[in-house]
Design a protein around this ligand. Structure first.
Ligand code: FAD
Ligand code: NAP
Length: 276
């Protein structure tokens, strides 16, 4: 497919790898999600990311890494995005609407894939902010629950409104016909959701690092201690978050793995921060 840009006096420009926006949902002033058509040839593993973007002012594509938030069986692709006020891409991407086109380079990659982990009993998804995006894909993939008896989704944001995308997704999942048929009444115990805030009151509070080291998440959810025999984890947040959670998991005896060498946990940055 090619991308049709607005026709000016100049000739109409076309760009390869265009996909059409099918829906847009605004969650907060700085968070939105959107769905686009999926190229027929695009295969990916739930949890991977692709490069997406818009044509730049200089005519070159302005691309950024984005986790695919939809599972690999979905007909469309979903993305969950921050709006950085002066961000080169998101200051413009925030204005997309159904029928518009974006660029999508169909080369999925990433470390947050089930194949990069050893088999185990429990799988922890540990995310801050938009770092929930790869887990929005993995939580909706039946393969996740076929490989692990229990999934625990810990998501931490500064405020309650930043948690709503994940909360709605988990709530819809509990009534999902596909997973409902596979796991029935059991599904509530197969997927445990533990959302916390750090800058305003909510039912559960605190940083993921603190709630893991203090054992609060275990007592709140009635879970056994974390051990390398039973537990696997995936981490997605800022660089500082990733570094700190990695140290916590290593303290429990877990080791970092990769596609080429599956171990007990894997890590990926949710974004590249300043100075990184
Ligand atoms: C592997 C990978 C996967 C990513 N997946 C997603 C995703 O699913 N959704 C998403 O919104 N972004 C994601 N990002 C970040 C994304 O690539 C862009 O940085 C983001 O869209 C902002 O683009 P920009 O051009 O507007 O600003 P940029 O110039 O890219 O960023 C400006 C600054 O904004 C901050 N920032 C950027 N992205 C975020 C973010 N997501 N959360 C908090 N602060 C941020 C950082 O401080 C950064 O230095 C991912 C990044 C990587 C490396
Ligand atoms: N000014 C604002 O209101 C505002 C709002 C959103 C984002 N931003 C900026 O946007 C960027 C990204 O923001 P973000 O909210 O996505 O990410 P963030 O600043 O990394 O915070 C996201 C969540 O992760 C927690 N966290 C941060 N570092 C951690 C660590 N090392 N270990 C454990 N938990 C950690 C935060 O807790 P704490 O609250 O305890 O730090 C917060 O709940 C930052 O540069 C931020 O300054 C600013």
């Amino acid at each position: 497919m090619t991308l049709d840009l607005p026709v000016t006096e100049a000739a109409k420009v076309t760009v390869p790898d265009a996909q059409t926006v099918t829906s847009v949902t605004r969650w907060t002033d700085s968070l939105f999600s959107f769905r686009v058509t999926r190229p027929a040839s695009l295969r990916f593993r739930s949890g991977e990311f692709v490069m997406i973007g818009l044509p730049g002012d200089n005519g070159k594509p302005l691309l950024r890494a984005y986790s695919i938030a939809s599972p690999n069986w979905d007909d469309e692709l979903e993305f969950y995005s921050i709006i950085v006020p002066d961000g080169p891409l998101t200051s413009r991407l925030q204005h997309i609407k159904p029928g518009d086109q974006i660029i999508l380079r169909p080369k999925p990659v990433g470390t947050l894939v089930l194949d990069a982990l050893l088999p185990g009993k429990r799988l922890w998804f540990l995310a801050t902010g938009t770092g929930i995006a790869p887990f929005a894909s993995l939580m909706r993939d039946p393969d996740t629950y076929e490989r692990y008896e229990q999934v625990i989704m810990m998501h931490t944001c500064r405020t309650g409104e930043e948690l709503v995308y994940g909360a709605e997704l988990v709530n819809n999942l509990r009534h999902d016909p596909l997973l409902g048929e596979l796991f029935g009444e059991d599904f509530a115990s197969r997927l445990k959701y533990y959302p916390t805030t750090t800058r305003e009151p909510s039912p559960f509070m605190g940083r993921i690092t603190d709630n893991l080291t203090s054992g609060k998440v275990l007592s709140d959810l009635g879970l056994l201690p974390i051990s390398p025999e039973t537990d696997r984890a995936m981490i997605c947040g800022s660089l500082a978050f990733n570094v700190d959670v990695k140290a916590v998991l290593e303290g429990f005896g877990l080791h970092e793995g990769a596609n080429s060498e599956p171990r007990e946990f894997v890590v990926e940055k949710a974004f590249v921060g300043e100075g990184v």
